[in-house]
Design a protein around this ligand. Structure first.
Ligand SMILES: Cc1cc2nc3c(=O)[nH]c(=O)nc-3n(C[C@H](O)[C@H](O)[C@H](O)COP(=O)(O)OP(=O)(O)OC[C@H]3O[C@@H](n4cnc5c(N)ncnc54)[C@H](O)[C@@H]3O)c2cc1C
Length: 378
């Protein structure tokens, strides 16, 4: 590995972040024979998790984004081994403030991100990608005379033909470069791993328990992931206090805490800037109406890798990556953002939340959660 004073190490592709997006890009590129280095600031991939840990099944994913069905590579990749998938979640229930229940079918898994992200990283490594952990991108230096950017880390410096920003919701590559679009509007969240929960559905709770956000319970077998995300203007009660009383009310025993930011502003305008491609959360691909982003992180990772391969083989522009993201996901993400905005407008207290949920009904709520237009606002 290079050291800060010496000439930077040159790699064909530098991937910053070994989450689902980064590992997917790395696998796809490595299997095509490209030289790929993934740098990951955590010591162990996937630890600590910053997630509710609901992994969409292929059915859920291809229902929400029908064009992904055309991608055989993705369908194969989605065939995750059962031992990392935890508990199958066949149902979602959404509870109104008065605990009225709206339920519908789901095709998801309550999993452990530590195992899931580790598995995806192993997949990339098995095809020849190099993954270095405990290494953090800290600075990006622009050497205009040499027409290159130097990526400086705590353990050496790198240059690369292509760079993937897979660093998550805060998009550190774009931040440190000082250019490129970054996701907007981050939702603060906290979650806990709990025991004492015995339902097998993915449950969501709306109303004053999580003002203009929601609380969730995602069972993963013997434990469950319970969390809360609230509008950033509703932090007068600390998130941890809200979560503690929510869990206490349900008789759940907290084992550990985590948290993170969910980008709810929708897809960035362009996920390509020069030779840098943003994937997953760094490209704002989370569904604003439900906070899910793992599936889109994987899909975008595959598409970004395809764009690099066609750029090398056929000299096609990297901006094709942004086009395919728009074609496959932008419409759904836009609808999802609108649903979220309507929700923020109308659900300001328990009474209006109860009313809005009653008007939408099960079908409307399901469509809003799924990034489809709620019938009521067609
Ligand atoms: C509390 C919470 C609950 C959520 N629940 C769900 C859910 O149930 N289902 C779902 O689908 N989505 C959920 N999401 C969203 C989901 O976690 C993300 O959409 C998904 O992880 C995005 O994957 P990614 O690869 O883009 O980024 P990430 O998984 O965030 O991976 C980014 C990686 O980059 C590394 N990194 C960051 N900066 C640097 C740096 N400077 N140098 C080196 N490495 C760096 C990080 O350590 C991390 O490993 C949730 C998010 C939060 C915060």
């Amino acid at each position: 590995m290079s050291h800060s004073n010496s000439e930077p190490e040159h790699r064909q592709v530098l991937v910053v972040g070994a989450g689902p997006a980064g590992s997917t890009v790395a696998k796809r590129l490595a299997e095509e024979g490209l030289d790929v280095l993934v740098i990951e600031r955590r010591q162990t991939v996937g630890n600590p998790a910053q997630c509710g840990e609901c992994i969409p099944g292929w059915g859920e994913m291809s229902d929400a984004f029908p064009l992904v069905k055309e991608d055989a590579w993705l369908e194969d990749y989605w065939d995750f081994p059962s031992h990392i998938l935890g508990q199958y979640l066949e149902w979602m229930r959404i509870f109104s403030p008065s605990m009225k229940e709206y339920g519908f079918e789901l095709d998801c898994y309550g999993a452990h991100r530590l195992q899931f992200d580790g598995y995806l990283a192993d997949q990339a490594e098995s095809k020849g990608a190099e993954i270095q952990t405990g290494i953090e991108l800290r600075k990006i230096q622009n050497q205009t005379k040499l027409n290159r950017e130097i990526y400086r880390t705590n353990k050496g410096s790198f240059t690369a033909d292509y760079v993937i920003d897979a660093s998550g919701s805060l998009a550190h590559v774009a931040r440190l470069r000082g250019k490129g679009d970054r996701p907007k509007l981050q939702l603060p969240t906290i979650y806990a791993q709990v025991t004492g929960h015995d339902s097998d559905s993915f449950d969501i709770f709306m109303g004053s328990v999580a003002p203009r956000g929601y609380a969730w319970i995602i069972p993963k077998g013997e434990i469950a992931n319970v969390g809360i995300g609230v509008h950033y203007n509703s932090l007068e009660i600390p998130l941890k206090q809200r979560l503690d009383s929510f869990c206490e009310g349900l008789g759940l025993n907290i084992q550990s805490y985590g948290g993170g930011w969910i980008p709810l502003g929708g897809k960035v305008k362009s996920a390509v800037d020069g030779n840098v491609l943003a994937v997953g959360d760094a490209a704002g691909l989370v569904m604003p109406s439900n906070g899910g982003g793992i599936g889109q992180a994987i899909v975008s990772g595959k598409f970004a890798a395809d764009a690099i391969i066609s750029n090398l083989e056929n000299d096609l522009p990297l901006t094709n990556y942004n086009k395919i993201l728009n074609k496959t996901m932008a419409k759904q993400l836009k609808i999802s953002r609108r649903s979220k905005n309507l929700f923020w407008t109308f659900c300001r207290n328990d009474l209006t939340t109860e009313l809005a949920m009653g008007i939408l009904g099960t079908n409307g709520l399901r469509r809003a959660v799924d990034c489809r237009r709620p019938l009521i606002i067609l």
